[in-house]
Design a protein around this ligand. Structure first.
Ligand SMILES: O=C(O)CCC(=O)C(=O)O
Ligand SMILES: [Fe+2]
Length: 285
């Protein structure tokens, strides 16, 4: 079906720039649907602007998930993703677990500013217990703090970058957490998703549903140690300032087991963003 509606020049320009920047047709269609375009109409428009038959477009389009299913992140595609003028390089892609190594996710200035904004507010890091309450945990010996969503212009910029890169609204994110590890401190192997068989699962997921993906951003480069290990697949990601590791687990993938390895020398600073399948934040818009 051809679109009979005139296509606004700004929309035409946006479709061309977005696809030239490396985003897939599927992503463009999803973004249009998110801003209110009817799926059939947007397919007609995109096919016309890119001068391709609608049938060719079908090959790029994944079926939309059933309505009651929560949202999933879009895995960044190599070689790079451009979000709000910032280029993120995809340095490694893995299928199981779904994982991407993202170089240049944060600039050196952004890393330093995040550390300075977090430093005065650090407290011993906590984990979530079975009733949904935060608790001290011997498995996690670092110090940490949470930023509120949108708390500062810097936090807002980073949250928008994450949302754009992963094609998920900002309100699906938990507040950005900053963690600080000293020599000997670590985060023992764990899953970021919540176990449905665990008592308290309903309480933990009452708001926002299950976690679906994590982004761990490295704010400095420890002198030795401190990488993020994925023991099921024998992978260790080096903690390098400005880089990030993204991994998705679609409400529970055992291959996503991971650990913050002990820092051997120097210190380690990270910022973590956990994403939920449903909106976790209230009154964001
Ligand atoms: O410290 C790390 O490298 C991993 C951190 C982590 O697993 C988390 O914050 O959930
Ligand atoms: Fe984790």
């Amino acid at each position: 079906m051809k679109s009979h509606l005139p296509i606004r020049p700004e929309l035409r320009e946006w479709i061309l720039t977005t696809t030239r920047a490396g985003h897939s047709v599927d992503t463009v269609l999803k973004m249009m649907q998110d801003t209110g375009y009817d799926p059939r109409q947007s397919r007609g428009i995109v096919a016309s602007v890119l001068n391709m038959p609608i049938s060719a477009l079908d090959a790029h389009t994944q079926p939309s998930p059933p309505k009651n299913q929560g949202r999933r992140t879009r895995h960044p595609e190599a070689p790079q993703v451009v979000v709000n003028g910032h280029t993120v390089h995809v340095g490694l892609s893995m299928d199981s677990p779904a994982l991407r190594l993202l170089n240049d996710f944060l600039s050196a200035e952004e890393c330093d500013a995040l550390i300075e904004q977090a430093r005065p507010r650090l407290q011993r890091a906590r984990t979530v217990d079975t009733s949904g309450k935060q608790q001290l945990d011997a498995r996690r010996t670092s110090e940490g703090m949470f930023f509120a969503i949108n708390e500062t212009p810097l936090i807002q910029r980073i949250e928008q970058r994450i949302a754009g890169m992963l094609s998920i609204p900002v309100d699906h994110g938990e507040g950005l957490q900053v963690l600080h590890y000293l020599p000997g401190q670590q985060y023992e192997p764990h899953y970021d998703w919540f176990n449905p068989d665990q008592a308290g699962f309903a309480a933990i997921t009452a708001r926002g549903g299950q976690r679906i993906a994590s982004l761990v951003m490295y704010l400095n480069t420890p002198e030795a140690g401190g990488g993020t290990a994925f023991p099921q697949v024998g992978l260790t990601v080096t903690a390098l300032r400005g880089a990030a590791v993204y991994f998705a687990y679609d409400t529970g993938d055992e291959a996503s087991l991971h650990a913050g390895l002990p820092v051997q020398q120097g210190e380690k600073w990270i910022a973590t963003k956990w994403l939920r399948e449903r909106p976790f934040q209230k009154a964001l818009r």
